[in-house]
Design a protein around this ligand. Structure first.
Ligand SMILES: [Zn+2]
Length: 122
């Protein structure tokens, strides 16, 4: 891939990374390179009343799963940025061939071809 294209994707990745980190900072703290959610389903005394708290737990679970999604996305982006540094950006992790630029334009953090990804995701 041309250097100018890679630079373009890198800029996109860095921009999205910044955004994600901003979002995560609102709901999680970074601990040892891992994001820990700040949200807690417990009350101030540390009690956990299932009946009263059911709604809050549901909300907690929804929000936590959003945090997880953000975290996974951030890992993808960080991985892609490492690949740019290592000069392996745009290479499919499954089959080792170049990923088409239309896919990278849609998702600069893509690690695989669409078909490779759906074929072997566990
Ligand atoms: Zn592939």
């Amino acid at each position: 891939m041309e250097r100018s294209r890679i630079t373009h994707f890198k800029e996109q990745l860095l921009k999205e990374k910044e955004q994600l980190e901003g979002d995560l900072n609102e709901s999680a703290t970074k601990d040892d390179g891992h994001w820990e959610t700040k949200r807690q389903p417990f009350d101030e005394a540390g009690r956990f009343d299932e009946e009263e708290r059911a709604d809050e737990v549901e909300e907690y679970e929804n929000e936590t799963s959003i945090d997880r999604q953000l975290e996974t996305r951030l890992e993808d982006i960080t991985g892609a940025l490492h690949k740019i540094d290592a000069d392996t950006y745009g290479i499919c992790e499954r089959c080792g061939k170049a990923i088409d630029e239309t896919r990278l334009t849609a998702n600069p953090a893509a690690h695989t071809h669409v078909h490779c990804n759906t074929a072997s995701r566990t």
